[in-house]
Design a protein around this ligand. Structure first.
Ligand code: ADP
Length: 621
C-alpha cells in the first residue's frame, strides 16, 4: 500500500540519539560518510545481482551495476546513485527510520562505555551507517525504486532532527539516489580532487565501478583473485582497513589460492585486537563468502569453526553453485571441504607464528587465547593441533607463558604427569600449600585461573602420553625422584600424631570429611584436599560460578607433623587457645583454596589469638 501524500514520522529513540551525537560531533574525519553510502550502495548492488541470478523478475535488467557520485558546488549538493536493489515505502521506513543497524548499535554501545567522552576519536572506527551523512549534510533526500516491478518509487527526506518524511515519487530507474544538501562548513568536500581521494582511500576495493563524473575512480579488483606474489603488503593492509575499518595492521594476513580439491581464493586476516566487539554475539568477524564474485553471505559463519571467529576476510570459490541458499550452505559437501582446508591453513599460520616469532605469538595469545582454549575444548577435530598452541603460566615460570611441550621438556626424572592447580589468580596459587612438595622436588605445575580451564583440563586429558593431574588431589601421584636435603624439624612421634588428629576431628566435626597426617607439606602446617578427585574437583569452580548456593563437598584436612606450629599444638593438650588455633588453621586452609565463604569472619578470632600470644609474651618476659 502506498499513501497518496507525504507523511511525517518520528525516528526511533536510539536513532534520534545517534543523530544528535553525529550532528554535534566536531569530526575531523567526517569524510567517512561517503564510505558508508558507497558501502550501502555496494550491498544493494550485490543483493540485486543475487536476485538476478536466482529468480526474481527485475526492472531495468540491462542497467549497469554501478555507483555514481556527482556534485554541484553552486547548489552545494552531493549525490550518490546506485542501480541496486532499491527500497519501497515500507522498506525505507523500516531501514532508515526504525532500526538502528549493527554498526550504529556497536557505536552507541562504545559511546556509552566511554561515558560521555567525545565521539570524535571513535566514529571512524565504526560503520555508523547511513546516518553519518548528517555529519556533513543539513538535509538529505533518498529517492528509491525497488527492483520489484510493482513497487512504486518513494522519496524519503530528513533534516536529521527527530523526524523524517516519506512521499510517493516518480522514478523510472531501479535503485537509490541519495542527495545531500551539504552544510556550509563542509563545502570544501565538493570538488573532484577531494572526492576522488576519499573514494580511493576508503572504497578502492568495492567490486563495482564507482563513477565520479564519467570516470571510474576505484581499483575494483578483487584483490583476493590476484596471485599472492604480485600483491604488495601495503595493498593487503589497505584492503583490510577497508573491510574492517580497523586502523591497526592485522597480526596475520593469509592469502591462499587453491585449485584442488576445491577451487577457491581466500584472503583472511587475524586482526591485532579483539576489542572490536568480536566476542559480543553478532558483532563477529566478517567473513564474506563469494561464489564466482557474487557475494553470497557477508557474515559466513560455517566456513570456519566457531572458535575461529576472530578471522576476517573473503572467501571466493568458482565451484560453489550460485544459487546456494543459506540452508544448503551447511549441508554442502564442497563447503565442508572448503572449511577443512581453510581451517587447516589458519592453524598452520598460527603454528608458524608460534615457532618463528614467539613474541608476536604471545601478543596474539594475549588477545585471542581464550578463543584458542574454547577451540581446544569444543573442536575435537582440531584439538591435536591446538594443544601445542596453548600457553600457561607455571610455578617455575609465573611471569611467562609456556607451551605444554616446553613443560614436557622440563620434566624431572620419572615424571609421569602434567600437574596443575586452580586458583583465582597466579599469586594466590603461588601461596598454596599444595605447592610445597612440588617446590621441594622441583616439579613444575600449571597455574590455572580461567573458568574455561576446568573444561580445558578435561578436554585435554592426556598430552603426548602424559596425563594431566590435579596437584590438589587427595591421592596425588608424584614422580619417584628424591628431593634435595633440607633441614626439617623432626616429626611428632606416632602416638602424639594420633592424639592430635583426634583433637582436630573433635574440633572440626562435620566440617571435614577426615583428618590425617601427610608428608607432602613443607612450609605449611595444613592443607585441604578434595576427596572426590578428577572431574568433580575440577568442575567445582564452575558449579560455584553458575550456582552461588552450590555446596562444596567437605574436604580432607591434612596435617604436617614436622611443622613447629603443629608440634606446639601437640604440646598444649588442655589449652583452649589450641582450639582457636585449630579453627583458624582450618579457615586459613579454606581461604587459600579460595572457598572461604566470608574471610572477614576470621577477624575476631585472629584478634583473640594475637591477644593470647601477646599476653603470654608479657607473662614469660
Ligand atoms: P547497515 O548498512 O549497517 O545495515 P545503514 O544505516 O547504513 O546500516 O543502512 C540501513 C539499511 O538501509 C541497510 O541495511 C539497507 O537495508 C538499507 N539501505 C541503505 N542504503 C541503501 C541503498 N543504497 N539501497 C538499498 N538499501 C539501502
Amino acid at each position: 500500500m502506498t499513501a497518496p501524500t507525504a507523511q511525517t514520522y518520528e525516528f526511533r529513540a536510539e536513532i534520534q540519539q545517534l543523530l544528535h551525537i553525529l550532528i554535534h560531533a566536531l569530526y575531523t574525519d567526517r569524510e567517512i560518510f561517503l564510505r558508508e553510502l558507497i558501502s550501502n550502495a555496494s550491498d544493494a548492488l550485490n543483493r540485486l545481482r543475487f536476485e538476478q541470478l536466482t529468480n526474481a523478475e527485475v526492472i531495468d535488467p540491462e542497467a549497469e551495476l554501478a555507483i555514481r557520485v556527482s556534485f554541484d558546488p553552486e547548489a552545494r549538493t552531493l549525490t550518490v546513485t546506485d542501480t541496486g536493489i532499491g527500497m519501497n515505502r515500507d522498506e525505507i521506513i523500516e531501514n532508515l527510520g526504525t532500526i538502528a543497524h549493527s554498526g550504529a548499535m556497536a557505536f552507541m554501545k562504545a559511546m556509552q562505555e566511554r561515558g560521555g567522552q567525545s565521539p570524535n576519536e571513535i566514529i571512524g572506527q565504526f560503520g555508523v551507517g547511513f546516518y553519518s551523512v548528517f555529519m556533513v549534510a543539513e538535509k538529505v533526500e533518498v529517492l528509491s525504486r525497488s527492483f520489484r516491478p510493482h513497487d512504486q518509487a518513494v522519496l524519503w527526506t530528513s533534516q536529521g532532527g527527530t523526524d523524517y518524511t516519506v512521499a510517493p515519487a516518480e522514478r523510472a530507474q531501479r535503485g537509490t539516489q541519495i542527495t545531500l544538501y551539504i552544510k556550509e562548513d563542509a563545502a570544501e568536500l565538493l570538488n573532484e580532487h577531494t572526492l576522488k581521494r576519499i573514494i580511493t582511500t576508503h572504497s578502492n576495493y568495492i567490486p563495482f565501478p564507482i563513477y565520479l563524473g564519467d570516470k571510474v575512480v576505484n581499483a575494483q579488483t578483487a584483490l583476493w583473485r590476484r596471485a599472492p606474489r604480485e600483491v604488495e603488503a601495503k595493498e593487503y593492509q589497505e584492503f583490510f582497513k577497508q573491510l574492517t575499518f580497523d586502523a591497526n595492521p592485522p597480526t596475520l594476513t593469509i592469502h591462499q589460492v587453491a585449485d584442488a580439491p576445491v577451487q577457491f581464493y581466500a584472503l583472511l586476516f587475524v586482526p591485532a585486537k579483539l576489542d572490536r566487539g568480536i566476542l559480543v554475539g553478532e558483532g563477529q568477524g566478517k567473513l564474506r563468502l563469494y561464489a564466482r564474485k557474487v557475494l553470497i553471505q557477508d557474515h559466513a559463519k560455517e566456513l570456519l569453526p566457531e572458535w575461529m571467529r576472530f578471522v576476517e576476510g573473503v572467501i571466493d570459490s568458482e565451484d560453489l553453485p550460485l544459487n546456494i541458499s543459506r540452508e544448503t550452505v551447511q549441508s554442502n559437501r564442497l563447503m565442508q571441504r572448503l572449511k577443512q582446508t581453510i581451517t587447516s591453513r589458519v592453524l598452520s599460520e598460527l603454528e608458524t607464528l608460534a615457532e618463528k616469532t614467539p613474541e608476536r605469538y604471545l601478543t596474539f595469545w594475549n588477545e585471542f587465547g581464550r578463543l584458542m582454549k574454547e577451540g581446544a575444548i569444543t573442536d575435537a577435530a582440531n584439538r591435536e593441533r591446538l594443544l601445542p598452541l596453548l600457553r600457561f603460566r607455571t610455578l617455575r615460570h609465573p611471569d611467562q607463558l609456556i607451551s605444554l611441550r616446553q613443560y614436557l621438556s622440563e620434566m624431572v626424572a620419572e615424571q609421569e604427569h602434567i600437574y596443575y592447580l586452580f586458583g583465582d589468580d597466579p599469586q594466590s596459587i603461588l601461596r598454596s600449600p599444595h605447592l610445597d612438595v612440588f617446590r621441594a622436588r622441583k616439579v613444575d605445575v600449571l597455574l590455572l585461573t580461567d573458568t574455561l580451564d576446568s573444561f580445558l583440563v578435561n578436554a585435554i586429558g592426556v598430552f603426548e602420553g602424559k596425563k594431566l593431574h590435579n596437584g590438589a588431589d587427595a591421592d596425588l601421584k608424584l614422580p619417584a625422584g628424591a628431593e634435595e636435603e633440607t633441614p626439617t624439624a623432626e616429626a611428632l612421634p606416632a602416638e602424639a600424631q594420633e592424639t592430635l588428629v583426634e583433637r582436630f576431628k573433635r574440633v572440626l566435626g562435620e566440617r571435614v570429611q577426615d583428618v590425617r597426617i601427610t608428608d607432602l607439606l613443607r612450609e605449611n602446617p595444613v592443607r585441604l584436599v578434595a576427596p572426590d578427585q578428577g572431574f568433580g574437583a575440577d568442575m567445582e569452580r564452575v558449579y560455584r560460578l553458575i550456582d552461588k548456593e552450590f555446596k562444596l563437598p567437605t574436604r580432607i584436612l591434612e596435617i604436617n607433623p614436622r611443622h613447629p606450629l603443629i608440634r606446639n599444638l601437640s604440646a598444649m593438650p588442655d589449652d583452649p587457645l589450641a582450639e582457636q588455633v585449630i579453627e583458624q588453621l582450618f579457615e586459613g586452609a579454606l581461604l587459600v583454596e579460595g572457598i572461604h565463604p566470608r574471610p572477614v569472619d576470621m577477624l575476631p578470632r585472629l584478634i583473640a589469638i594475637m591477644e593470647a600470644a601477646t599476653r603470654r609474651n608479657l607473662a614469660s618476659g
